[in-house]
Design a protein around this ligand. Structure first.
Ligand SMILES: [Fe+2]
Length: 360
């Protein structure tokens, strides 16, 4: 063999000294698979004295035939750089998971035909990864449990909210009907108002939930009439100034009667301001334009319309067309023109008549 092809002891020695200083396992293997060098760390990982390993074929360290074949295949790629995972079979028969990297040992001029293999014990990493997976599974299971639990709770809350809302609505109707019955024959007026107001709000482009709120908040608009004497409420003729003042007080009384909480906030606005006029000539505050809350401006229009087409002690019902003309005529003075426009459009579309017929 030419001199250049023989391993130079100096070169190998330098390498093995360096390998011994490594914190990971390392071995040097020749092309036949014989272990030329084992560092201290790797001997410890195998659980054997390195003297017992150096000079032996790497496959001799393994009892499993499949592993031996695998090692044989690896040796066929002697000149390639490879990385992977592997299991070391230790002297006591236990196994050690490792991450391995191997590459040909090139040392210019030294003629080394060897391969250096490093091995890192990944037992702890495996354990950590198993633990992380276990925790992950546990967290996922808990999250699913929590989700199921919260869905059940949400459903219960939805049911309870619906029940409370039903109860609230029933109370509102009862109160409205109780106050209404004194100058109306039935509570139909408030039910029509609810639907008209909701329809106008929707027509004006308000979100469905807001339109619905305007609808149910309209129901109590005249609840303050409960405090107006019958003699005034049912007087067929013209009211005196004092009587008119008494009648007009149903707005502020209504606001005072309605509970001061969020659910009724809009009802209170409507009760107080549903007789305010766009041009400031209304009562009780003489507000103008859009300083009057939109729900109150809507209720003002539909309330007057419904009063006009209904019989009263002092007048016969007006035909709808005449009432619509009167509403249109009041746009910009008594009513918000935008509300009138939406209301008239609903009338033309037959929507107001449809609601009235449905509730008749
Ligand atoms: Fe009123």
């Amino acid at each position: 063999m030419p001199q250049a092809q023989r391993p130079q002891p100096d070169a190998l020695e330098r390498i093995t000294e360096a390998l011994d200083a490594l914190q990971c396992g390392a071995s040097v293997v020749d092309r036949s698979g014989k272990m030329v060098f084992i560092n201290r760390r790797l001997a410890k990982m195998y659980g054997r004295p390195r003297e017992q390993m150096i000079g032996r074929h790497i496959a001799e360290m393994y009892s499993d035939e499949q592993v031996r074949q695998q090692l044989g295949r690896m040796l066929e790629h002697f000149d390639d750089e490879v990385e992977g995972e592997f299991i070391i079979e230790r002297a006591d028969g236990s196994h050690l998971p490792i991450a391995t990297a191997a590459r040909p040992l090139r040392d210019d001029g030294a003629g080394l035909d060897l391969r250096i293999v490093t091995m890192i014990d990944v037992t702890r990493l495996k354990e950590m990864s198993d633990e992380v997976n276990r925790l992950n599974d546990m967290v996922i299971a808990q999250a699913l449990d929590l989700k199921r639990h919260s869905e059940v709770l949400e459903q219960k809350v939805r049911e309870r909210t619906a029940e409370l809302r039903e109860a609230n609505m029933a109370s509102i109707y009862m109160l409205a009907v109780a106050s209404e019955a004194r100058d109306e024959d039935t509570g139909a007026h408030v039910r029509r108002l609810q639907r008209y107001a909701q329809a106008v709000a929707e027509r004006m482009g308000l979100p469905a939930t807001e339109a619905e709120e305007i609808g149910y908040s309209a129901i109590l608009h005249d609840v303050g009439k409960i405090h107006v004497p019958d003699a005034v409420l049912k007087k067929p003729g013209k009211l005196t100034d004092t009587e008119r003042e008494q009648m007009q007080r149903h707005t502020v009384i209504g606001e005072a009667i309605i509970a001061d909480d969020a659910f009724f906030a809009m009802s209170r606005q409507i009760a107080r301001h549903h007789h305010e006029n766009w041009d400031g000539s209304g009562y009780p505050d003489g507000l103008t334009g859009d300083t009057i809350e939109l729900p109150a401006r809507i209720v003002h229009v539909v309330d007057v319309f419904d009063a006009l087409v209904s019989p009263r002690v002092y007048k016969d019902p007006w035909p709808p067309d005449r009432a619509i003309d009167a509403i249109r005529h009041g746009a910009g003075t008594q009513f918000d023109p935008a509300v009138v426009e939406a209301f008239v459009a609903l009338c033309k579309a037959g929507e107001i008549k449809r609601i009235a017929d449905e509730l008749a």
